[in-house]
Design a protein around this ligand. Structure first.
Ligand code: AMP
Length: 279
């Protein structure tokens, strides 16, 4: 596996490989890799001639300074994990390489960024769009892999690709979970002992909701989920919304034809966890 820090070297190499007729797959990450990231890389490996990844903790998508400061970093272990998952080339730039000058671009995702993560993390999706467009420009992937764990991010990236007419296919990948059901996340490493013990209640409640929802109204299920989770002394729900999977508009009745996704954010101590399920 090649490890490159220079965007020029990375894009020159990929230009050559593309000209030789290779398909290029790309998995953008912020490192502290786990089985969720590995599943993206394995899919990327199986669907492309050349499998690439990036590890970059993107400062512009953090709306909380402490979250950025404390974000787990384990570059050596990450390199080993990517190698074992079949990655051919990994891009590990420094901040100055990606942001030689401040990026003042402002993206407008309209309603999509006005709800859920967009509402609770102002500027977050603008930062995501800044880094993803830069990375796509450097890599020029045919296929790029994103986890459904970050459901709103996936929706916004699909929208970005359509509005900018980018020649890349966005490939959604299923959520990978711990044996106890907790959605894998790099931030799980930062959970305190009690919070980690309490956290599986989030997915357990979501799954239960998908079993029982037909007997209740949408608003009853929403309240039930929030109450169940907030019964724990270590968890506090920030939002739970049931939305359609394209426009992210609230579902008002189960009779609606749209695909329905329940998206949640929960504070576990200082750590924010997100998850979602389909109804
Ligand atoms: P991150 O390193 O958190 O920026 O995540 C990089 C990519 O991995 C994103 O597309 C995430 O949605 C995806 N991802 C993170 N956690 C999981 C998970 N538990 N299952 C599937 N994909 C995930």
């Amino acid at each position: 596996m090649q490890i490159l820090q220079s965007k020029k070297q990375f894009s020159d190499l990929l230009n050559n490989l593309r000209l030789q007729g290779n398909s290029i797959g790309f998995v953008p990450t912020m490192g502290a890799l786990h089985e969720g990231h590995i599943s993206l890389m394995k899919k990327c490996r199986s669907e492309n001639n050349i499998a690439t990844a990036s590890i970059f903790v993107n400062p512009t998508q953090f709306n909380d300074r402490n979250d950025l400061k404390n974000y787990p970093r384990m570059p050596e272990k990450d390199i080993e994990i990517l190698k074992n998952a079949g990655c051919d080339i990994v891009f590990t730039p420094e901040v100055e390489e990606m942001y030689p000058v401040p990026d003042n671009r402002v993206f407008n995702f309209g309603y999509l960024e006005s709800v859920m993560e967009g509402k609770h993390r102002p500027g977050h999706f603008n930062g995501v769009a800044q880094i993803v467009t830069k990375l796509f420009d450097i890599v020029g992937p045919h296929n790029s892999y994103f986890g459904e764990k970050d459901f709103q991010q996936l929706t916004i990236i699909k929208h970005l690709v359509l509005t900018l007419n980018l020649p890349v296919k966005v490939v959604p990948c299923s959520i990978v979970r711990e044996p106890d059901g907790l959605a894998m996340s790099s931030r799980n490493l930062l959970l305190g002992k009690e919070e980690r013990k309490a956290a599986p209640l989030i997915s357990k409640t979501l799954f239960k909701a998908t079993d029982i929802y037909k007997e209740y109204s949408v608003s009853e299920i929403k309240n039930w989920v929030i109450n169940q989770i907030d019964e724990s002394n270590f968890l506090k729900t920030e939002y739970f919304e049931i939305v359609d999977d394209i426009e992210l508009k609230p579902i008002l009745s189960w009779e609606e034809k749209n695909n329905k996704v329940g998206c949640i954010a929960v504070k576990a101590g200082h750590i924010r966890l997100i998850d979602n399920v389909r109804f």
